[in-house]
Design a protein around this ligand. Structure first.
Ligand code: FES
Length: 99
């Protein structure tokens, strides 16, 4: 696991894009739980940094498809899955696993 950010950098319902090993990862704070997903919609590649987060889902700003923050599944288009990454919070540090 690698350190991605400090917990204080992502307020509740906030997001932060980090680049790790050349890969853009979007960190999301949803009611105190931290999630890490790829910052590229699997539909047509829109960045998700401007997406709306609600009830454990992230909605793409381009066409509105909703993806689960937990497993990346898309309820609007079952053939699409957003990549999600394991997250661990140790103290103030957010660690993610990109492997
Ligand atoms: S690009 Fe994200 S829903 Fe179409």
């Amino acid at each position: 696991m690698v350190t991605a950010a400090n917990i204080n950098e992502i307020p509740n319902f906030g997001k932060k894009v980090v680049i790790i090993s050349g890969q853009e990862v979007l960190l999301v704070n949803c009611k105190g739980s931290i999630f890490a997903v790829e910052n590229e919609c699997p539909h047509q590649g829109s960045p998700l940094s401007a997406a709306i987060v609600k009830d454990g889902y992230i909605s793409c700003p381009r066409h509105g498809y909703r993806f689960s923050l937990t497993d990346g599944r898309c309820s609007d288009h079952p053939g699409l899955t957003l990549m999600t990454y394991p997250v661990e919070v140790r103290g103030d540090e957010i660690l993610i696993d990109l492997s």
